[in-house]
Design a binder for this molecule. Structure first.
Ligand SMILES: Cc1cc2nc3c(=O)[nH]c(=O)nc-3n(C[C@H](O)[C@H](O)[C@H](O)COP(=O)(O)O)c2cc1C
Length: 328
């Protein structure tokens, strides 16, 4: 319900223009280079917030360098039965098992056509259980966005695991590269101490690097059982997963060697967190759950906080961020 209210108000640009909270993303200090494109801030909106690309033109004004629309699938989907999203307020976390509800690619394409002036700052997240479905989504939208994020990692959508098999993933990336020269970003599932899947995910990451993907999202929400969710489990997101995001990011960066640009995702909720992921090899950080908890002024707050930290550290380029954030 809260999400719906936010979405409805974001459809009224007038409200957000009044706040003029976009200023911070225009600061030269925050300029960020990713896949050969320049974005005005390293802070980005993660996939899932605007599944049908209804409000990307307004949500970008909150101060994001780029926004990720989707995840979009070829045809419309009802998603999983409700209840399918719960807040765990004391931990500032969410468990969701939405299962990609959405109106399908043609509906999103209609919306994307309205955003020509910001298309260089839109990334579209696409997914599906069959390669041809993903290819068709990309074919229909490739002239309307700046890069594609392929989601192979939703913990609560049955069938998606097919692309967690290296040869299938390689085939998919090669097919996509035949139809577009837009950058391809793969969104990987996470590993943490309780997930016995690190080897398999590292293999997928190696496969993606061999296939020359331009970007990787490290990573997605963490699978978690919950009796409050109708399907019994979902993806856990928010502040508690940040330490795992940081750990995974550092290990992936060690094998990445700068080949692909890494976008960090999972629990980022402050300028300090964004500094830490940038200092650990990410070029950018995406947020979702912290936006739900802290509200629409958060992107601007994080941008201004990062500018402040950079000034204190005497750094004037995002690429030069390293070490721990300076103490304020
Ligand atoms: C309600 C909800 C819906 C989501 N839907 C998607 C989705 O459609 N596609 C996707 O790739 N990730 C989806 N995610 C995962 C987020 O993009 C992000 O990877 C994850 O929440 C971790 O980041 P956070 O801690 O900043 O939220 C969703 C997350 C939430 C909370």
């Amino acid at each position: 319900m809260a999400h719906r209210v936010t979405e409805l108000s974001l459809r009224i640009p007038y409200i957000w223009n009044l706040f003029n909270i976009n200023k911070s993303a225009g600061n030269k200090l925050l300029e960020t280079k990713l896949f050969g494109n320049t974005y005005p801030s390293p802070l980005a909106l993660a996939a899932g917030f605007d599944k049908d690309c209804n409000i990307l033109n307004n949500v970008i004004k909150l101060g994001f360098g780029f926004v990720t629309g989707g995840t979009v699938t070829l045809t419309s989907r009802p998603g999983n039965p409700k209840p399918r999203v719960i807040r765990i307020t004391k931990d500032k976390a969410i468990i969701n098992a939405l299962g990609f509800p959405g109106k399908g690619i043609e509906y999103s394409v209609k919306n994307l056509k309205k955003y020509q002036s910001i298309k260089k700052r839109i990334i579209l997240s696409v997914s599906g259980t069959i390669e041809d479905e993903i290819i068709e989504c990309i074919e229909l939208s490739k002239d309307l966005i700046s890069a594609f994020e392929i989601n192979i990692s939703s913990p609560n959508t049955s069938g998606l695991k097919v692309f967690q098999e290296p040869s299938r993933l390689r085939g998919l990336i090669e097919s996509v590269k035949k139809i577009t020269d837009k950058p391809i970003i793969i969104k990987f599932p996470p590993w943490n101490n309780s997930l016995d899947n690190k080897k398999e995910i590292l293999k997928l990451i190696e496969t993606s690097l061999i296939t020359n993907v331009e970007g990787m999202v490290i990573s997605n929400s963490h699978p978690k059982e919950s009796k409050s969710i109708k399907v019994g489990r979902g993806g856990y997101s928010g502040e508690p997963i940040f330490p795992d995001t940081l750990k995974m990011l550092r290990q992936v960066q060690a094998i990445n060697n700068g080949y692909a640009d890494i976008i960090a995702c999972g629990g980022i909720s402050s300028a300090n967190d964004l500094w830490k992921v940038l200092a650990s090899g990410a070029k950018s950080g995406q947020i979702y759950t912290s936006l739900v908890y802290q509200g629409p002024s958060l992107p601007s707050k994080i941008n201004n906080g990062l500018i402040n930290l950079m000034k204190i550290a005497g750094i004037n380029k995002i690429e030069d961020i390293n070490g721990d954030p300076p103490k304020i």
